[in-house]
Ligand binder design. Structure first.
Ligand SMILES: [Zn+2]
Ligand SMILES: [Zn+2]
Length: 164
């Protein structure tokens, strides 16, 4: 299932975003300085590919919207080394969030460990067809200088995407 709309041509084929500097979304400078990043070889976007103190991948945390989850999809794929999909999960209070899994089986395993949560569609809302490999130097911590340059570019791009 691919997004089909007039924006299709602008979307990076490698990292699925049309905004090249939109990430990191939260505390960008600190994320860039302290966390391992996935660096898109096509558009240069950096995506947090960090693993937290409990061994959990940040890219696999729940996201508020499908659009935000899409921004982290490539990072999740690279960490899992598999094509992935984004699923809409609903909790027992009817609150929805979006989570990335590499298969319907993985999603169902998550649901079985999290009673009260469900996935009405049982299928991803968005998924990638196949896993594309990456080069070693695309997954690393960036230097202080690289951070400064990226932050400058991010500030310049931000008026474009601040509307979304
Ligand atoms: Zn980060
Ligand atoms: Zn890209």
């Amino acid at each position: 299932m691919k997004v089909k709309n007039s924006d299709d041509n602008n979307i990076c084929q490698e990292c699925y975003s049309k905004y090249k500097r939109i990430t990191p979304l939260i505390n960008p400078e600190s994320c860039l300085r302290n966390h391992r990043q996935y660096i898109c070889s096509t558009c240069g976007r950096h995506i947090c590919a960090d693993i937290d103190g409990n061994g959990r991948f940040r890219a696999l945390f729940p996201f508020k919207t499908l659009e935000i989850a899409k921004l982290y999809l490539r990072s999740a794929e690279v960490i899992l080394e598999k094509a992935c999909g984004i699923y809409e999960i609903e909790n027992d209070k009817g609150r929805k969030f979006f989570k990335i899994f590499s298969s319907d089986e993985d999603m169902n395993a998550y649901l079985s460990k999290n009673r009260g949560k469900k996935c009405k569609t049982q299928k991803p809302l968005f998924k990638t067809e196949y896993y594309k490999n990456y080069e070693d130097n695309q997954l690393r911590k960036i230097s202080a200088k690289e951070t400064d340059i990226y932050m400058e570019e991010k500030t310049r791009e931000s008026p474009e995407w601040s509307k979304i």
